[in-house]
Design a protein around this ligand. Structure first.
Ligand SMILES: Nc1ncnc2c1ncn2[C@@H]1O[C@H](COP(=O)(O)OP(=O)(O)OP(=O)(O)O)[C@@H](O)[C@H]1O
Ligand SMILES: [Mg+2]
Length: 145
C-alpha cells in the first residue's frame, strides 16, 4: 500500500524509534524509504560580512552539513539489516516546509516521523515540526510516540 515512505531524521532518539517503525512497515510492504535531514538555514545577513564573521559562518555551515551527513550515514548502517531499499538526502531550509515539499514532489505515500525531536521544551505532545507536517503534508503522516 505504501510504496514510498519518507522518514525525516533530526538525530534524536524519537526520530530513530520512528525510523525503526518505518523500516518494519517498509519491510512488510516491500516499500522503499528515503531518510531526509533538513538543516535549518542560517540567517542570510551574515553573508554580507567578510573576515571573522564570514569565516565563522562558513565553519558553522560546514559543521552542520557534516553533522547532517553523519546522521544519514548512521541511519544507513543501522537500518541496513532490514533489507529495505534506502536512500538518504540532506538539504537546507525550513524543516517542516522541506519535509512537506519532498513528500509532494517525490510523490511519497506516507511520512513516518517522531512526535518530538531534539527540542528541549517539555510539556507538548508534539514538536513544531511534526505539528506543521501533520497539518500541511499532501500524504498521510504517521507520528510515532
Ligand atoms: N531538521 C529536521 N530534519 C528532519 N526531520 C526533522 C527535523 N526536525 C524534526 N524532524 C522530525 O520531526 C520529528 C519531531 O521533531 P520536532 O522538531 O517537531 O520536535 P522537537 O524538536 O521536540 O520540538 P521543537 O523543534 O519544536 O523544539 C522528529 O522526530 C523528526 O522525525
Ligand atoms: Mg525540533
Amino acid at each position: 500500500m505504501y510504496k514510498k515512505i519518507l522518514v525525516p531524521l533530526d538525530g534524536s532518539l524519537r526520530a530513530k524509534v520512528a525510523a525503526e517503525h518505518a523500516m518494519e512497515l517498509a519491510k512488510s510492504m516491500d516499500s522503499e524509504v528515503l531518510f531526509l535531514h533538513v538543516i535549518p538555514a542560517l540567517p542570510p545577513y551574515v553573508n554580507k560580512y567578510s573576515d571573522r564573521l564570514g569565516g565563522a559562518y562558513q565553519q558553522i555551515h560546514d559543521e552542520l552539513q557534516a553533522t547532517g551527513e553523519e546522521i544519514m550515514e548512521q541511519a544507513k548502517t543501522e537500518f541496513e539489516k532490514y533489507g529495505v531499499k534506502m536512500e538518504v538526502k540532506v538539504i537546507w531550509g525550513n524543516p517542516a516546509m522541506e519535509i512537506c515539499r519532498e513528500a509532494k514532489e517525490g510523490r511519497f505515500d506516507l511520512v513516518v516521523m517522531g512526535s518530538r525531536g531534539l527540542g528541549e521544551i517539555k510539556g507538548y505532545l508534539m514538536g513544531s515540526v511534526s505539528n506543521r507536517v501533520v497539518r500541511h503534508a499532501s500524504c498521510p503522516v504517521l507520528i510515532v510516540r
